[in-house]
Write a protein that binds this ligand. Structure first.
Ligand SMILES: *Cc1c(COP(=O)(O)O)cnc(C)c1O
Length: 408
């Protein structure tokens, strides 16, 4: 066979591999050093008690013929889809139908796979810096990508594209910058999509971390979004499900695309993305495990809500501590108020750094034994920044900040 040539256009999965290589080399040379990672985007706190209880109960059901479950419904079990509609939408005054909810094994799969519905010649816009999945999945399919720079100069708010684009990926609260869009700022994008016929793929993976009043939790808080936006959710950061695997995608029936004429499977005229995604999922996906879905359902109980809130508060306390301490010692810090990420401007004063994100990464590792993520790994506009995550323990976060402070 010949391989898909577009894979040669990928920029290489070097970021986390290169970080791991550098950390490994440092540890080999400094076996005594206690290296703290504020780099990776994985959570550290265990699952909350209601989730563990739900997992045990579901496992017990699987052990008895009368309650055993095999393949589940493709779009997810009704108990979870109804809980999502009720708690994540109706409670906010948003009318989403259970048929518009597709339970998934996480937002990475769905944000990566959804582009399969697009024609090859669609032009895709992404913010820069960006969560690499949106870019790489479209590069693999051979699509052209337009980058929308998000910098300190524009307040990390992307400007509308100068040329026509068919799809726009937005992620707010943002990974990696930790910044947000207000309702007013998001409305501009919804209006643009409605006027230009573009569709917005909205990644709301960090919605649960929002603290500010005017930051929307869902794009459907904006009028007209149900005609132009698909929304991705994940329980990974919300409830520590990075290892359990569960999320969901909202594909409103009002989101329509230009079809194609074919004798075999006629998709002429306007096509509902809901129907098309359903067709795709029923072919390639056999559902999220019953256990994961019961676990996700449990976080919508009153105790569940309280318990996941406590963990999010725990992480946001880390974010606040880092933000305040780094600001106090003269760093310029963005994010960290509505997201578990801080986007830190690299100071010019580091001996090796000269303002570069890899230089500062090296300085932090050598001097503070702290691992961060170089912003350049998230796109050209990430150069000059590093990302710190609030997903560590209090103890390690405090220790890391103390070391950075002492070394300056
Ligand atoms: C962590 C993350 C996700 C969630 O991925 P899962 O597959 O649900 O674990 C989605 N989008 C962004 C931007 C993320 O950082």
């Amino acid at each position: 066979m010949k391989i898909n040539k577009h894979y040669t256009e990928l920029s290489g999965n070097y970021l986390f591999a290169e970080i791991a290589r550098k950390v490994q080399a440092f540890k080999a040379e400094n076996p005594q050093a206690d290296v703290i990672s504020l780099g990776i985007g994985d959570v550290t706190q265990p699952l909350c008690p209601v989730v563990v209880e739900a997992l045990h109960k579901a496992a017990d059901e699987m052990a008895v013929a009368a309650t055993f479950r095999g393949y589940g419904p493709e779009r997810g079990y009704d108990f979870l889809r109804n809980a999502i509609v009720e708690n994540d939408y109706r409670s906010r005054g948003i009318d989403i139908d259970a048929d518009e909810v597709f339970v998934s094994d996480g937002a990475k799969s769905d944000t990566g796979n959804f582009q399969e519905l697009l024609a090859e010649d669609c032009v895709v816009a992404v913010t820069d810096p960006v969560y690499p999945v949106y870019v790489d999945s479209n590069v693999m399919a051979g699509r052209r990508i337009v980058k929308l720079p998000c910098t300190a100069e524009n307040g990390f708010v992307p400007e509308l594209p100068a040329e026509h684009v068919d799809v726009i990926y937005l992620c707010y609260p943002n990974n990696p910058t930790g910044t947000t869009l207000t309702k007013e700022q998001l409305r501009k994008w919804v209006d643009y999509a409605l006027q230009s016929g573009a569709i917005i793929f909205y990644d709301a993976a960090y919605e649960a971390f929002i603290q500010s009043e005017d930051v929307p939790h869902s794009i459907y808080e904006i009028p007209g979004a149900k005609e132009c936006a698909v929304e991705f959710h994940s329980y990974s950061k919300t409830a520590g499900f990075t290892g359990i695997r569960c999320g969901y995608t909202i594909v409103p029936k009002g989101v329509k695309s230009e079809g194609v004429k074919s004798e075999k499977y006629d998709l002429a005229g306007t096509v509902s993305l809901n129907a098309l995604w359903s067709r795709r999922q029923s072919t390639k996906f056999n559902g999220t495990s019953y256990l994961s879905q019961r676990a996700a359902e449990a976080i919508y109980t009153p105790e569940g809500k309280q318990q996941i809130r406590a963990t999010i508060d725990y992480y946001m306390q880390n974010a606040r501590l880092m933000r305040e301490a780094l600001t106090d010692i003269g760093f310029t810090v963005y994010g960290g108020t509505d997201a578990p990420y801080l986007w830190v401007k690299v100071p010019g004063l580091t001996p090796v750094g000269e303002g570069s994100s890899w230089g500062f990464f090296d300085w932090m590792l050598q001097n503070a034994h702290v691992v961060c993520t170089p912003g350049a790994g998230f796109g050209p506009s990430g150069e000059g920044y590093v990302r710190l995550t609030a997903f560590g323990t209090h103890e390690n976060t405090e220790k890391a900040i103390r070391r950075i402070t002492n070394r300056l």
